[in-house]
Design a protein around this ligand. Structure first.
Ligand code: ATP
Ligand code: MG
Length: 632
């Protein structure tokens, strides 16, 4: 194996040669003629003329060598159900689902909107779409009707697949009334909805447009549906971004490039080997779920564990017991989940036999140092932070242990991943930043295979939003802000719209959050900027304490506020000191655990937070409003 540096260099200097070699990881029904078509920047087309199929590569291709190996292990602590599917039985289920979809008129190029909880049928449905050449668009189950309607109108699906209900923390969430409301709001509602009846909802809707899956599955029990061989650049799916920073964008992905990129990432980043067991605790509605619950582990011949439930039910030891029971080798989740587990009894972690586990991967939001240190010590295994976006589909920054196990640096997700020409640029001049200087994280053209090919139905938005925001440069902007050290390690400082300007000083809210969370009393924190007549902007902090009782009396609160201010002074200087610290019992987050800073900032300025994604705990938002108005 070459050194990381040489490996990365080669991928940038000779992308054609580099990716031609990697393309051999998947089956091509028709070989490609060109590795890369750069004739129409910023668009890039990978493996032109090649024909392949994601479902064939994820399922059928493994039948020869691993038909009896588990492909999918399903565990629900909500329903108590456990199911195992070998590659052979997964193949059979996907064929049934594909035959049912085909009988309902779904064909190549059609969109199928999948609004499902974490059940195996969601995997069958996604793979069935891939098999038929239909484009899936998975919408996170539990999104409210208006969000669902907006996605229906953007994707214009030929079919919706849903279930009677989802379940979370022991509560049943009826889906059919949500779907019904979304359909009546939408302009482009499909004629039919395929329903997976889990018999969870006491009374599900019996609208005439609803078709039951079970009888059709019986009817097509022995069906064989051939894979459609798609040109590498045909769309495989559309997935909407979380909407943390604005109107969600329909990220469109290709077929061949995605398959190659994911298969390669399993070796170089995740060190996953055929036969390994991988547990990605995320949701199929997010990109981490698409890439690392479903496609990547299956493409590489692993066993994937799909989990419906929370990390703390029946108790905070459940994930660790899963590791023991299924001999899980690789685990992947978000820092939020670890922060939740950190509040649990550490004995629960020690009680499980974690000897099978090799590495824990974390992504999706900043991994603060205390959390990284805690989980690293508790597990005694490498914890690999990795940074990416819905748009890229796979990591941009990571320690690539399968290439070279470079040392970790706390607070940094690591170095640029091969294929990514990642640069830090001055947001005003577009000039490269010197190491140590803060800049926008940008990617040079072309983006590597697996990244978004365009915004669904809106090429102009793809060009304008992503490629024309750094002055004077034709680069892709991540809209994240970071700093790179002399060894190439990048630290994420937050999103570009999280930068605040205090008396002429540009500060990242993330840096202030890091400083505050280093104080032992702090469990979680959000910092936002609000308008300030004197300084332009001022930082306001919302802090969740480990022990809420610590600020029961006003004097104690004052004291702690002063101690927190002193912590910031020490680490960043007095200029970064928050003008006000509010103590709250929870922070508003999306279901994927992302802080809703934009909404918090709006409330902190007394504005209306506007359109919001589904919030994990809506009461948290009310709380912010109240403390800001002095009633908290
Ligand atoms: P929208 O683009 O609609 O506002 P979103 O950006 O929240 O939504 P995602 O694509 O799910 O939607 O999130 C990607 C973002 O999450 C990154 O741009 C970055 O801000 C953050 N992020 C992801 N991984 C990390 C990480 N390891 N460290 C720090 N931040 C991360
Ligand atoms: Mg984003």
């Amino acid at each position: 194996m070459p050194s990381y540096r040489d490996f990365h260099r080669e991928s940038i200097d000779d992308p054609e040669g580099f990716w031609r070699r990697e393309a051999a990881r998947i089956h091509w029904e028709t070989p490609f003629s060109d590795v890369l078509d750069r004739s129409n920047p910023p668009f890039a087309r990978w493996f032109c003329g090649g024909r392949t199929n994601l479902c064939h590569n994820a399922v059928d291709r493994h039948l020869a060598a691993r038909a009896q190996q588990d492909a999918l292990i399903y565990v629900s602590t909500e329903t108590g159900i456990e199911r195992r599917y070998t590659y052979a039985s997964l193949h059979a289920e996907v064929n049934r689902m594909a035959a049912v979809m085909r009988s309902l008129g779904v064909k190549r190029g059609d969109r199928v909107l999948i609004y499902l909880p974490m059940i195996p049928e969601a995997v069958f449905a996604m793979l069935a779409c891939a098999r038929l050449g239909a484009i899936h668009s998975v919408v996170f189950g539990g999104f409210a009707a208006p969000s669902l309607a907006a996605r229906i109108d953007d994707a214009r699906p030929a079919l919706i697949v849903t279930a009677d209900a989802g379940a979370r923390g022991g509560k049943v969430i009826d889906y059919t009334p949500l779907v019904d409301e979304a359909l009546s709001r939408a302009q482009h509602a499909p004629a039919q909805v395929l329903l997976i009846d889990r018999q969870l909802a006491p009374e599900r809707l019996k609208a005439p447009y609803i078709v039951d899956y079970e009888p059709l599955r019986e009817q097509y029990f022995d069906a064989h549906v051939p894979c459609e061989w798609l040109e590498s650049n045909e769309p495989s799916y559309v997935l909407y971004t979380s909407g943390t920073t604005g109107k969600p964008k329909g990220v469109q992905r290709d077929v061949g490039g995605y398959a190659v990129a994911l298969a390669a990432s399993m070796e170089y980043i995740f060190e996953g080997r055929p036969g390994d067991v991988m547990f990605t605790a995320s949701d199929i509605g997010w990109v981490v779920g698409h890439s690392y619950i479903i496609y990547a582990p299956l493409l590489a011949g692993l066993t994937t564990v799909m989990y419906e439930g929370t990390p703390v039910r029946p108790d905070g030891g459940i994930w660790w017991r899963l590791v023991e029971q299924y001999r899980i080798n690789l685990m992947f989740t978000a820092p939020t989940a670890i922060r939740v587990l950190k509040k649990q009894d550490p004995a629960l972690l020690r009680a499980a036999d974690l000897s099978s586990l090799r590495t824990l991967f974390l992504a999706g939001e900043p991994l603060d140092e205390p959390t990284a240190a805690w989980i690293g010590d508790a597990l005694g295994k490498p914890v690999v932070d990795n940074y990416w976006q819905t748009e890229t589909g796979w990591p941009m920054l990571a320690i690539q242990r399968g290439v070279e196990a470079l040392p970790q640096k706390l607070g940094s997700p690591g170095v640029p991943v091969y294929g990514y020409d990642l640069r830090l640029l001055d947001e005003h001049t577009g000039e490269p930043c010197a190491s140590g200087d803060k800049g926008v994280i940008a990617l040079g053209y072309p983006l590597p295979p697996g990244c978004m090919s365009t915004v669904w139905g809106d090429d102009a938005r793809f060009v304008k939003t992503y490629w024309q925001s750094v002055p004077g440069q034709h680069v892709y902007s991540t809209f994240d802000w970071g700093v790179q050290d002399d060894d190439g390690y990048v630290t994420i400082l937050g999103r570009t719209d999280d930068v605040i300007n205090v008396a002429g000083h540009r500060l990242g809210t993330r840096e202030i959050e890091e400083a505050l969370s280093s104080h032992a009393a702090v469990a979680e924190v959000a910092v936002v900027g609000v308008n300030d007549a004197v300084k332009g902007q001022a930082a306001i902090a919302f802090v969740v304490l480990r022990d809420a009782g610590a600020v029961d009396d006003p004097d104690a609160a004052k004291k702690l506020e002063a101690a927190l201010a002193a912590t910031v002074d020490r680490q960043l200087g007095a200029i970064a000191r928050p003008a006000r610290v509010h103590f709250v019992s929870s922070l508003p987050k999306t279901r994927s655990g992302k802080l809703l800073r934009r909404a918090i900032a709006a409330l902190a300025e007394g504005r209306d937070p506007g359109d919001l994604p589904t919030i994990e705990d809506p009461a948290a938002l009310v709380l912010i409003r109240e403390v800001v108005m002095g009633r908290g």
